[in-house]
Design a protein around this ligand. Structure first.
Ligand code: PLP
Length: 287
């Protein structure tokens, strides 16, 4: 079956899907995106993702490409047409196509929108979660507005590539004070030596992850001992457990940070419990 992409009002074969060479996303990274999990044929937490898309668009003063219900329909339709049962759906909106010029284009330029979806084998993710992943630490070098989910991901690309070249899956950024901010494409969590789950507050230095928000709901529901505060690289290396969260990986245990083994080197019980419970706290939208 051939893949289908939605590009500016049309469903087209994925292999032919294209945007104009003067799209501002292409030339200036002047755009925003979302990634939602597709689980058992349902788009997970779509309202929260679309709310965050709305916030990103507002912060960058990019117009909505279409009415919200229409976008939600397109998202589900792309998942349906690609027959994705488990995987992800990707939504990208840019300021549109205009003669290259740093200033915002005049009012008649319409935003560009692309929606794609792809299947991912959930068994592979489970296999990874069974053993856990390793992360490197990496000096924070991104702009301060990481709360906006922009497509300007070059620092993240370089950090994650550095991780890959060291046999790791993720890079954990640390700020000038030695505190972990977040991963290149995930939020970061630890369980301290005395069993308290800790993650950095969303006020600064991180993207307000949707998976993070769902896990926070779970933590409250399950009565798990929790503190929202910054934690340092040193504290993380001495932690009992560590894990990352993102729509594409859900709750993923971390078993090594640089050269330090976390806990006993195996995925921790809090991470595995939250992973197992994750879908009991999400909102589903059937495709
Ligand atoms: N932080 C960064 C930098 C990300 O790119 C992502 C996801 O892409 C996340 C955190 C996790 O966000 P979410 O849980 O909404 O996928």
């Amino acid at each position: 079956m051939s893949r289908i992409a939605y590009v500016n009002g049309q469903y087209v074969p994925h292999k032919d899907a294209a945007v104009h060479v003067e799209d501002r996303g292409y030339q200036f990274a002047d755009g925003v995106y979302e990634v939602c999990e597709v689980w058992q044929g349902k788009v997970v937490d779509m309202p929260r993702h679309v709310d965050r898309l709305d916030r990103s668009l507002t912060e960058l003063r990019i117009d909505w490409p279409m009415a919200r219900p229409a976008l939600e329909f397109v998202i589900r339709e792309v998942v349906r047409r690609n027959r994705v049962r488990d995987g992800i759906v990707y939504i990208q909106v840019t300021r549109g196509v205009a003669k290259r010029d740093h200033y915002f284009p005049s009012g008649d330029v319409v935003p560009s929108i692309v929606v794609t979806a792809r299947t991912a084998d959930p068994r592979l993710a489970e296999k990874t979660a069974d053993t856990g992943i390793s992360v490197i630490t990496y000096p924070e070098n991104r702009w301060p507005r990481v709360d906006i989910k922009t497509v300007a991901l070059l620092p993240n690309v370089l950090a994650k590539q550095a991780a890959k070249e060291q046999g790791c899956k993720e890079a954990w950024y640390f700020d000038a004070d030695g505190f972990v901010t977040e991963g290149g494409s995930t939020n970061a969590w630890i369980v301290s030596k005395d069993g308290v789950l800790i993650t950095r507050p969303a006020e600064s230095g991180i993207l307000r992850g949707i998976t993070r928000a769902v896990v926070l709901d779970l933590v409250e529901r399950e009565g798990i001992s929790f503190e929202e505060r910054p934690f340092s690289v040193d504290e993380a290396k001495e932690a009992r457990e560590a894990f990352v969260t993102a729509a594409s990986t859900l709750v993923m245990p971390v078993v090594r940070i640089d050269d330090s083994v976390v806990g006993n080197g195996h995925p921790g019980s809090v991470a595995l419990r939250l992973r197992a419970l994750f879908h009991t706290a999400t909102d589903f939208m059937a495709v």
